[in-house]
Design a protein around this ligand. Sequence first.
Ligand code: GCU
Length: 360
Amino acid sequence: MLAPNLLAFPDGSAVRTPEDWRRRRAQVLDTVVSVEFGGMPPAPAATRWEEVSRSWEPRIAPPGLRYVCGNVRVEGGAAPFSFGMKVWLPAEAKDKAPCPCVLTGDDGWWWLTTDMVNEALRRGFAVAAFNRCECARDIFGPRDPARPELRAAGVYPLFPGDYGAVAAWAWGCHRAVDALLQMPEIDPARIAVTGHSRGGKTALLAAATDERIALCGDNQSGCCGCSASRVVGAGGETLKSISHDWGQWFGPDLASYGDRPAELPYDQHWLCAAIAPRALRVNIGLGDLWSNPLGAWEVHKACREVWRLLGAECALAISFREGPHRYWADDWSRFLDFCAWRLAGGLRPLDLDRRPDWAD
Ligand code: GCU
């Protein structure tokens, strides 16, 4: 089983009950967030959703749908800060019951097409999208204090700190959730977050650190996301490589483990397990060797122990499909299937979570 053990406290005693896990989860999160991501920016004094336009033109969306644009305004930091967000609402939102919502910080990338948004709307989901790079720039290269561009923009002037860009992006997801909770059309118990690759790393961290997120759909996040740093298949990205090429994404200590991943005080099953018992689905492309399918499988097996302990094994899924590093329309459809299944009955455990009488 992938080390280090999730279900043991630092003194070696076993984590046996859901109450034990609450305490263990706090230690697990503390370790991953500080070593991998360099901490997180704090929650602000207040977040305000400022709607600037609302449209229902058929040119933009089928009749009955709503397309809302606004700003997520963060109050109480050292400098003013806001970022834009778009929200598409299905026709029945509010008129019937509040609807589930799928949130992504990957606006600004190529993968969320109009067809994909329309499929979600037809299936009764709202979709919200913002560009996480408004919260921290995406800069290639090692973490280097001589390159001040990262820290001059986004959330850094507001809340200065050592955290890397992925932490700033996950913080942006949290503020987007603050804003969605101010919209009466959105069901606060049914917010899902999804992202591709570096956006998947972001979605995992956001869900791990915020229990308001009911479901996480990670697409091919790979190294420092869903895949192990200790177990890397042929052609897979290593900790040494990512912390050199993309050092700005992470905390200041991560690069020191580049040559000795086995000494990391955690592995990626710790990050994923912090989401339990909420829902997590990881999607892997078998042709995407860089994202390390083998390491994703090891993480999945190791963190399944935690979902099992919490009696929620059905809330954890992994899928492997053929093909390269992409968030395809079909990946989105399968993700929406999982959302429909897990979020269809609110957060009540589905019957499948109950152990049948005949099971021992
Ligand atoms: C690079 C990086 C990966 C990352 C990917 C992406 O390939 O090495 O870790 O996931 O970019 O975000 O597309």
